[in-house]
Design a protein around this ligand. Structure first.
Ligand code: AMP
Length: 282
């Protein structure tokens, strides 16, 4: 397993692999890797001869008052996890390598990015689309792996690849959870003991929503009402949004009459956490 920090080094390595006729998978991450990331690396290693993991806290996807500075970083830990899971290359660039002086081109998207997280994080998806496009151009993978944990991001990336005719297969992987239900996230490290306990309200509400849908409930107001009541009972929790949207457009729907995504963002203290389920996965 190799760690490189320049675009030229990634290109050279991938060229060598291509000469040998090997397939390449890409797992884009912001580092501080956990079992959720590991599941994407495992999937990529299963499907491809070689796996590249990008490890880059992308400044462009953070808003002015977000956690860019405090976002956890630990390259040594990440290197061990990637190696243990069979990854072949970590791309760990400095921001200046990805965004040279005078950088002024962006990949942007309407509609899908204007709901859910896009409402409270207005510059987020422009940053995501731009950095993921750059990574796709740098690595030129056959397949790229994204977690359903970031469900809107997965939908946005699929849409971008389709709109811009990128010849890459996007693979969505299931949410990996702690044994008590909390979705694994690098941001869980921000939680103190009381907040960690309170954070369980997200997965509890998700499981409640899943069970209502499984039992035949199709009225989104009823499902969301029960989920919100659960969350609001937790004093440390503050809802950003809890919504049910059309999977393809990310626009809210009143009735479950098509494949849908039920997604939430909830503040636990100062930490903003997300969770979701796709009705098609039930
Ligand atoms: P991040 O480092 O948070 O930007 O995440 C990198 C990738 O890992 C994204 O595609 C995430 O959706 C995915 N990911 C993060 N947490 C999880 C999880 N708990 N389960 C599955 N995938 C995850």
């Amino acid at each position: 397993m190799k760690i490189v920090s320049t675009i030229a080094e990634v290109r050279q390595q991938v060229r060598e692999w291509r000469k040998q006729g090997l397939s390449v998978g890409l797992v884009p991450t912001m580092g501080y890797l956990h079992e959720g990331h590991a599941s994407l690396i495992d999937a990529s290693c299963r499907d491809n001869d070689r796996t590249v993991v990008s490890d880059f806290v992308n400044p462009m996807q953070f808003g002015p008052n977000e956690d860019l500075e405090s976002y956890p970083r630990d390259l040594a830990h990440d290197a061990k996890l990637v190696e243990d899971h069979g990854g072949d290359l970590i791309f760990h660039p400095e921001p200046s390598e990805m965004y040279h002086e005078g950088f002024s081109s962006f990949v942007d998207m309407t509609v899908l990015t204007e709901e859910l997280c896009g409402l409270s994080r207005p510059v987020h998806f422009r940053g995501v689309c731009t950095v993921v496009s750059k990574l796709f151009h740098i690595v030129q993978p056959d397949r790229a792996y994204f977690g359903k944990k970031d469900a809107q991001q997965l939908a946005v990336i699929r849409h971008m690849v389709d709109d811009l005719n990128m010849d890459i297969t996007i693979v969505g992987c299931p949410i990996v959870r702690e044994s008590d239900g909390l979705a694994k996230s690098s941001r869980n490290t921000y939680l103190n003991e009381a907040e960690r306990q309170a954070a369980l309200v997200l997965s509890k509400a998700i499981f409640e929503g899943m069970s209502l849908v499984k039992n035949g409930e199709t009225d989104c107001a009823v499902i969301l009402g029960k989920m919100k009541t659960l969350i609001e009972a937790e004093p440390l929790a503050k809802i950003d949004y809890v919504k049910i949207v059309d999977c393809a457009t990310m626009q809210p729907i009143p009735v479950l009459d098509r494949p849908a995504l039920c997604a939430m963002a909830v503040y636990i203290g100062k930490t903003r956490l997300i969770d979701n389920f796709f009705t098609e996965d039930l």
